[in-house]
Design a protein around this ligand. Structure first.
Ligand code: GLN
Length: 325
């Protein structure tokens, strides 16, 4: 057996350190999320040259939830271009909870940004296709390129999301009133609930994050998942709006583009270097994974990954990895 890579050893130590942290609550708005094992915990990282580091339950499946918003936003940018997408969804952080219903921009009537539910539903409504099945298949094909293998929807989560999603439905109708989405309201909502119900594991998340870090090319398969010119827009919105109404503190303390989901996943991207994913379903009051935040804070601090850790920025990370090997 070869020597454990120092980065792997670091992840192993983080895992042990935070495994016992039992703080936080499981999401409870649907039964499927309320009944998961609160001890599930995994940290995975994939470099842009395809090296995989993982610890914990890296194979445990869970639903993508709000992390899907990032990738569907990329798909809308790709299909329609920045201007058309900007006309329907802004790029302004809200400071409000993700499911806040009251905020549509006062003048434009757009939802503030694509990382809150209203903005995500508007983004999803832009996905092209001849009918609902075609739109779903095109969306699944997009996720497949990021993940590198077939993807499936958890039907019971989808059905629960759909049958309890009255708030999301209300937002969609309000946006329809202001002409921000077209008349296919229920189709857009179904597609949104389906993207939230996509099954992934923590390793998949890290590969998706690494694909964003690698200018849109999956570092394991070599397939392009999204055009390179969309990456800057995607990462900018993640940086300012990706962590719900904790986004400002995250930008301040951790300082890298990220997105969390209510099932306990977090992805974080160090551009041109590495994609990081943490999965642990116990959430804080903002809806972010408690262990996930701790792990990302520790990684950012130790490796000086914050965007403004000048003068080196994060560009030295792969070099550090080599030096330590
Ligand atoms: N399905 C959830 C919703 O639309 C997703 C929320 C999330 O992960 N924040 O309310």
């Amino acid at each position: 057996m070869g020597k454990t890579h120092p980065f792997q050893a670091f992840l192993d130590r983080l895992y042990l350190k935070y495994q016992s942290l039992g703080e936080g609550k499981l999401a409870s708005y649907i039964p499927e999320l309320a009944k998961v094992n609160p001890d599930w915990f995994s940290i995975c990282a994939v470099t842009v040259d395809g090296r995989v580091f993982e610890v914990g339950n890296a194979d445990q499946l869970f639903t993508l939830q709000s992390i899907s918003k990032v990738f569907v936003y990329g798909m809308a940018l790709e299909e329609h271009g920045r201007e058309k997408v900007l006309a329907k969804v802004g790029v302004e952080p809200t400071g409000d909870p993700f499911n806040s219903i009251i905020r549509l921009d006062e003048y434009s009537k757009r939802p503030d940004n694509p990382m809150v539910n209203a903005g995500a539903i508007a983004t999803t409504s832009l996905i092209k296709g001849t009918d609902p099945a075609d739109r779903l298949n095109r969306m699944l094909a997009m996720f497949r390129r990021y993940i590198g293998h077939d993807v499936y929807i958890d039907m019971s989560v989808f059905i629960s999301e759909r049958s309890t999603g009255h708030r999301n439905r209300a937002m969609a109708h309000l946006m329809r009133h202001f002409d921000m989405i077209d008349e296919k309201i229920d189709e857009a909502l179904d597609l949104y609930f389906q993207q939230c119900s996509l099954m992934v594991n923590c390793r998949d998340l890290a590969v998706m994050a690494a694909t964003l870090a690698n200018k849109g090319v999956n570092p394991i398969t070599g397939d392009r998942a999204v055009s390179a010119h969309c990456i800057r827009d995607i990462l900018s919105v993640m940086y300012t709006c990706g962590m719900y109404n904790y986004a400002g503190q995250w930008a301040y303390q951790v300082g890298i583009p990220a997105k969390s989901g209510v099932s306990g996943g977090i992805i974080a991207i160090v551009p041109n270097q590495i994609g990081i994913a943490v999965f642990s379903p116990l959430l804080d009051a903002h809806g972010n994974s408690v262990r996930g935040i701790k792990v990302c804070e520790a990684l950012s601090q130790h490796f000086e990954l914050h965007m403004f850790d000048l003068p080196m920025g994060c560009s030295h990370f792969l070099q550090t990895l080599e030096n330590e090997a």
